[in-house]
Design a protein around this ligand. Structure first.
Ligand code: AMP
Ligand code: ZN
Length: 146
């Protein structure tokens, strides 16, 4: 199956261009490690993207330290959205690889304000799973974490 990782080089990365000031963005927050700016095609009004300034392709490529900085900014942005726009809820969404709908290959977290009538739909259906399968899958993941 297609596990394409997309652009590998920061040279051709639109979010790196935004960090460098070479592409426009409507910025809401910036610090030494992170930037937060408005999504150009928002899912709802107030949809913000939070990125590390240092290029990382996706969750598999990002340093844990950089991810910590990103998460700190995500918390700040979510609280600011809640205060400023008073949504009914907020989703954090983060995509890795094409199969998961990643389209920009610079790690980012979507902070999306939600309203009861915003028309968005859940991205998964809850399904019953055999408890034995749960245990087998968990064992594989535990072993991989090390
Ligand atoms: P994803 O599909 O999770 O990779 O999300 C990429 C997001 O980046 C999409 O929601 C796009 O609308 C957004 N996007 C793409 N280019 C830009 C840009 N130049 N400025 C702001 N947002 C962008
Ligand atoms: Zn980049």
């Amino acid at each position: 199956m297609d596990r394409t990782v997309g652009q590998l080089s920061p040279d051709s990365c639109i979010f790196c261009a935004i960090v460098a000031g070479q592409a426009p963005a409507v910025v809401v927050y910036e610090d030494a490690h992170t930037m937060a700016f408005m999504d150009i095609n928002p899912a709802t009004r107030g949809h913000v993207l939070v990125i590390p300034k240092k290029h990382a392709r996706d969750i598999f490529d990002v340093d844990e330290e950089e991810a910590l900085h990103v998460m700190r900014t995500v918390v700040r942005v979510a609280k600011a959205i809640d205060k400023a726009l008073q949504p009914d809820g907020v989703n954090l969404i983060q995509a890795n690889r094409r199969a998961a709908f990643q389209s920009v290959y610079h790690f980012h977290i979507h902070v999306i304000p939600r309203w009861w009538d915003d028309g968005l739909v859940p991205i998964w259906r809850h399904q019953r799973e055999d408890p034995q399968v749960l245990r087998e899958v968990a064992a594989k993941i535990r072993e991989a974490i090390g």
